[in-house]
Design a protein around this ligand. Structure first.
Ligand code: PLP
Length: 387
């Protein structure tokens, strides 16, 4: 059976060579725009491509403001600061995520509080969040507190895992009701649309990542999106060392960060943005083929839910148990087809093992069974549509 899977993947990518999990594709204006920044000498934190990239993200996602940041982790860090997360606060998030989510929370000496994920979306479970808030939290003076520790629950950071969308409208309603700041970690889900609206645009802030393995990349990069003018202004200010605008004076009005995305990265990003929908079309076509193939096996392919247009950043399959998963990982990687398990759950890591957590049975179930399989956009037959 594993042999059939490897053969099927090879047929899709039409190669006998190594097949990576996700490789970037540079088939558009990347070289032209990057050279342009070198020719103009504007490679650093000031330049037209940064503004253009921000405008492109606003136009694409439908948010009012977008602030380009050095990477997705820094974008999350800043989003938490701007939403007044403080030392000793709790931030609700999911155990099944990349380490960046919990790291960003920890930079401010706040702590993650782990709520389970949903088995279908792999993302924060709206149902379990509701149960938790009703049973384990209370409002006092319009602030939300955790019954057991007495600590303030200031924010909630759901993550749209592998580009599948959480039930983010319900999560947003719950956060509103309990006065919890909703910050979406949409690092993996640029282009994923939930009930007609882009993931990353449901809360006070959303963040994206443009790391080398994401749907589009600019080497390293991130973005904060928001509809709130004050949040946008603060994000720009704090990401540029809190410099007071002046033609020559160096005056800074608070301790801040050097988190502004360089123009040379933004140039690469603009070229990638021009191709984003082409990539997503190709990735969705591959996902469709996987879905069909796996429907005839005993494995479960993770597909988008009703009302969702997924970007299918990383395709995921659930095997029947842990030993089958391990055998699958060994066989595919031995045969030069890159696959991998999901992240070790955050609540199991030494840094976070003492953080509050509730029933995580879905995350544990998924952790034992899930594998990611090659997901790069295959563009051969889409070339004509691109130019
Ligand atoms: C990629 C990613 C980030 C941000 O990563 P950077 O490499 O800092 O851009 C954050 N959260 C999740 C879930 C991610 O997958």
């Amino acid at each position: 059976m594993f042999e059939d899977v490897v053969q099927f993947i090879r047929n899709q990518f039409n190669t006998k060579e190594f097949i990576p999990l996700h490789a970037p594709v540079f088939k558009g204006n990347e070289k032209k725009y990057v050279l342009d920044t070198i020719d103009s000498t504007f490679v650093s934190s000031v330049g037209e491509y940064v503004n253009r990239f921000e405008k492109m993200i606003c136009d694409y996602t439908g948010t009012k403001y977008a602030i380009a940041i050095t990477n997705g982790t820094a974008a999350l860090h800043l989003a938490l600061i701007i939403n007044n997360v403080k030392q000793n606060d709790l931030v609700i998030t999911q155990p099944l995520s990349f380490i960046a989510t919990c790291n960003a929370i920890s930079y401010i000496n706040a702590r993650p509080l782990f709520i389970d994920v949903d088995k279908n979306t792999l993302s924060l479970s709206a149902e379990k969040l509701k149960f938790f808030l009703e049973e384990k939290a209370f409002l006092s003076n319009k602030e939300c507190f955790h019954k057991e520790t007495g600590e303030r629950i200031k924010a909630c950071v759901p993550m749209h895992t592998f580009g599948q969308a959480a039930e983010i409208d319900t999560i947003a309603e719950l956060c509103n009701k309990y006065n919890i700041a909703l910050i979406e970690d949409a690092a993996e889900s640029l282009g994923t649309i939930y009930k007609g609206k882009h993931t990353g645009t449901f809360g006070l802030c959303g963040t994206y990542s443009f790391n080398g393995n994401k749907t589009i990349t600019c080497g390293g990069g991130g973005m904060i999106v928001t509809d709130d003018e004050k949040i946008a202004k603060t994000a720009k200010h704090l990401s540029t060392q809190a410099k007071v605008a002046h033609r020559w004076n160096f005056e800074h009005d608070s301790i801040a960060y050097n988190y502004r995305l360089p123009n040379i990265n933004a140039a690469l990003a603009c070229a990638q943005m021009e191709q984003l929908e082409t990539f997503i079309t190709a990735k969705r076509k591959l996902a469709e083929a996987y879905k069909e193939f796996f429907s005839n096996t005993s494995y479960t392919f993770i597909s988008e839910q009703k009302n969702v247009r997924s970007n299918y950043w990383l395709n995921a399959v659930l095997l029947n148990d842990e030993s089958e998963r391990d055998a699958f990982l060994a066989y595919t990687n031995d045969n030069n087809v890159m696959t991998r398990p999901c992240w070790m759950l955050m609540n199991k890591l030494p840094m976070f093992k003492d953080c509050p957590s509730y029933d995580l049975s879905n995350a544990e179930w998924i952790e034992r069974r899930l594998v990611n399989i090659p997901s790069s956009p295959i563009l051969n037959d889409l070339k004509d549509q691109m130019f």
